[in-house]
Design a protein around this ligand. Structure first.
Ligand code: MLT
Length: 393
């Protein structure tokens, strides 16, 4: 028996696991210190009333013989897929229900989708970026190359004609930098993918934060259905980080080597996945009800206010940052030339505030630091005050 040796090429632990261990060790050594977490992008507001009611009703149905549900369709119930299709129609995107695959979250599918691609493909990943894209490809032994995202290009790299890639990851609004592509930027990537017969894996997990008219879906771009798969999630939109539900869109127009990727993904899902629980899908469908829409938008506004509190604080101190407007993430420069992990320790030890070191997202993240707006108002204000007292001197 041989193990998959590619696992040994990974960092020893996943970024957010490393951070969690560091913070627990610090808390154990300093039990008296109050710690505020602005690290992992986990939400703090509870599920909204419309979702909770739908979850309760669906739970009650599961306890009655006539309305009980066993195995559901692996690709999701039509009631949820229809609600998702209607949501896309509002963005001017028409989807057939069999182009939508309900999942247990974008993170799982971003990794699972790689089953469809040969190990020989070259993968282009922006740097810095959500570590799952890189790690899942390393696990599969694929060659990963990077597109530099930096202050010069506003953390939004554009295609380089000299670079050949088969699989291209785009996350917009971006995790970690909060930068968001405009139509021209995404069109350039779609054109590049088309010329090379490449496939774009578009992570739209933060689309609900877009407020300046930038695209929320890659399918708003001409020709994207022939080149892109899109992943989205209810985690950040509706607080489902602990409830687990998302969706993946594989357009039927996406054909490579004469084969529709939609059919391959259906085959993969029906073989390796048994679907998201009925109860959870009912809860997710309630996000799109009029009441659910109102309540989830109010929650997103709440997090936007947190982002503003953090952004205003950095403005006052005079620290440069991106994000915070179309995104729940603020990507700040570490003060006084500190390195990312150095600043992580400094902020934890001196202010009891946890963030995410930019270097954990790639080499271009060195010297940067990510703060999230997902804590509550009270903690965010307290963290902002501590940051200002420490850095504003
Ligand atoms: C993050 O903090 O980058 C995200 O919460 C991670 C995730 O969504 O898996």
């Amino acid at each position: 028996m041989k193990i998959n040796h590619h696992y040994l090429e990974l960092e020893q632990s996943y970024l957010f696991t490393t951070i969690a261990h560091k913070v627990s060790a610090f808390q154990a050594a300093h039990p008296e210190k109050s710690i505020i977490r602005l690290g992992i992008g986990d939400v703090t507001l509870p599920l909204c009333g419309a979702v909770v009611k739908a979850l309760e009703d669906a739970s009650a149905e599961m306890g009655v013989k006539e309305t009980f549900h066993g195995y559901g369709p692996e690709q999701g119930y039509d009631f949820l897929k229809q609600a998702i299709a209607d949501y896309y129609q509002e963005k001017g995107v028409t989807l057939a229900l069999d182009e939508i695959f309900v999942s247990d979250g974008a993170k799982s599918d971003v990794g699972n989708i790689l089953d469809l691609f040969d190990a020989d493909n070259t993968v282009l990943v922006p740097d810095p970026v959500y570590p799952v894209y890189v790690d899942t490809n390393i696990m599969a032994g694929r060659k990963v190359i990077f597109a530099d995202a930096n202050a010069e290009n506003g953390f939004l790299p554009l295609p380089d004609e000299k670079v050949d890639a088969d699989i291209i990851y785009i996350c917009s609004p971006n995790n970690p930098t909060g930068a968001v592509y405009d139509r021209e930027g995404l069109q350039a990537w779609v054109n590049y993918a088309k010329e090379r017969n490449a496939v774009i894996l578009f992570d739209a997990a933060y689309e609900c934060f877009v407020c300046d008219g930038s695209p929320r879906s890659i399918y708003e771009i001409e020709g994207a259905k022939e080149v892109a798969i899109e992943f989205c999630s209810f985690s950040k939109t509706a607080g489902f980080t602990g409830t687990r539900c998302g969706y993946t869109i594989v357009p039927k127009a996406l054909v490579r080597e004469g084969v529709a990727l939609n059919g391959l993904w259906l085959r993969r899902q029906t073989t390796k996945f048994n679907g998201v629980p009925y109860i959870v899908q009912k809860g997710a469908a309630a996000v799109f009800s009029p009441e659910g829409r109102k309540e989830t938008l109010a929650n997103i506004d709440y997090y936007r206010e947190n982002a503003k509190i953090l952004a205003d604080t950095l403005d006052r101190i005079g620290i440069r940052y991106t994000g915070g407007k179309n995104s729940p993430y603020i990507w700040m420069e570490c003060p006084n030339g500190m390195k990312s992990w150095e600043f992580f320790d400094y902020l934890l030890e001196n202010a009891g505030v946890v963030g995410t070191p930019g270097a954990g997202f790639g080499k271009n993240g060195e010297g940067f630091f990510r703060l999230t707006a997902f804590n509550d108002h009270e903690n965010t204000k307290a963290a902002a005050k501590r940051i200002e007292e420490l850095l504003g001197k």
